[in-house]
Design a protein around this ligand. Sequence first.
Ligand SMILES: N[C@@H](CCC(=O)N[C@@H](CS)C(=O)NCC(=O)O)C(=O)O
Length: 222
Amino acid sequence: MLHLHHLQNSRSFRIVWLLEELKADYELTSYDRTKAYLAPDSLKKVHPLGHAPILEVDGRPLLESGFIIEYLLKYYDDEQSLKPADSDETAWEHYTFWLHFAEASAMPPLVMRLVFNKVVQRSPLLIKPVAKGIQKQVEKSMIADSISAVLTMMEAHLQNNTWFAGESFSAADIQVYFVAIAAQSRTALAEGGYPNISAWIKRCQQREAFKQAENRGGRIVM
Ligand SMILES: N[C@@H](CCC(=O)N[C@@H](CS)C(=O)NCC(=O)O)C(=O)O
């Protein structure tokens, strides 16, 4: 029995999408974010970390989107259709690299940007100019260049590859998709500055399972 705990507008969309690709039978509980844009406390009852996604398998909570993806592919992808075979070394390497890259290198600067935006938004009027000043400094010194470097790597890879693992769609695309959507605001991606990424986003969105995932889990809006 699979039970996905899904936070609106979050990484857990990845798992909704994957479950739809696998045509799995699952229960879905959706949580709204709090005013502070956090997960509600009720998610901590499922697991003390309180982050989404959480996939309960027969009542056992699994965390980390990358691990949940690997778990589902191992036990629920009978045809091994969403991951390259180990024998296809190039595709396997691409797949594994991008699966890890999404959380390890790409998400940290995006989360930092989100946190600093929220700090400014939530600062009392008197403090706001100071908060804005700090945000500007951090954005310039630590965030903007890292996000550009991430997008440049993705763009270069998609110059020669239709999907992140190469010629076939895989769960690596699902993992990286959230990065691309989270990076859309305040980068050249929204203005067409990364045409290969934009075309790949469209290819992802055309998949039936993606549309089904949006119907069940809601659209990601950043
Ligand atoms: N590395 C974890 C990150 C989990 C995570 O931080 N999830 C965010 C959603 S995008 C969350 O639950 N945020 C709400 C909160 O921290 O209160 C994963 O890939 O699953």
